[in-house]
Design a protein around this ligand. Sequence first.
Ligand code: NI
Length: 206
Amino acid sequence: MPKSLPARIALLIAFCLTIVAGGYATWLYSTRSGPSGIPSFTGEGSGTALVGGPFELLDQDGQTRRNDDFLGSYMLIYFGYTYCPDVCPTTLNDMSQAIDLLGTETPGKAALVTPIFITVDPDRDTVEALADYAQHFHERLVALTGSTEQVGQAAKAYRIYSQKVEDESASSYLMDHTSIIYLMGPKGEYLTFFPHGSTTKKNKNK
Ligand code: NI
């Protein structure tokens, strides 16, 4: 049976992320061992959609964006926060490079994929903060925030864990959070995920 378009896109994205991250195995199977780690997430499940659902958030231009707005395109979704010192920027960088690589490898396909960043730290990640942050990554990156409730609903739909961690030395706080890139299909359906962890970081260009 020939592979469906969603399956082919998933494979292409996996390929691109692999190249960017520098190793298929490390990219796909490493887990982050932070203070609380990430919740166990054992795989692609039984085929039922355990991940995804409605959200209503604001993008970096202050426009309301709902999950339905992205129907018809693939979503690469990553939850994080702009104050994240390491994992979030690395992951967003990898996502951006993967989209560009996808465009190089298969012209026309990259436009089908929308990279999306959703904050887990709406207190600090205002629309303005996201506008500033997003420009460091992909030009098509959609960065989303909202009220605590709106962000909480989105995080819940995507099974994202996050928690404030006070950082004594920095007189601010960090967010411990699940670090997973989801690939969602054109009907909003869950296709696959790409876990990322600090251990996979490669010195790509440094
Ligand atoms: Ni982070």
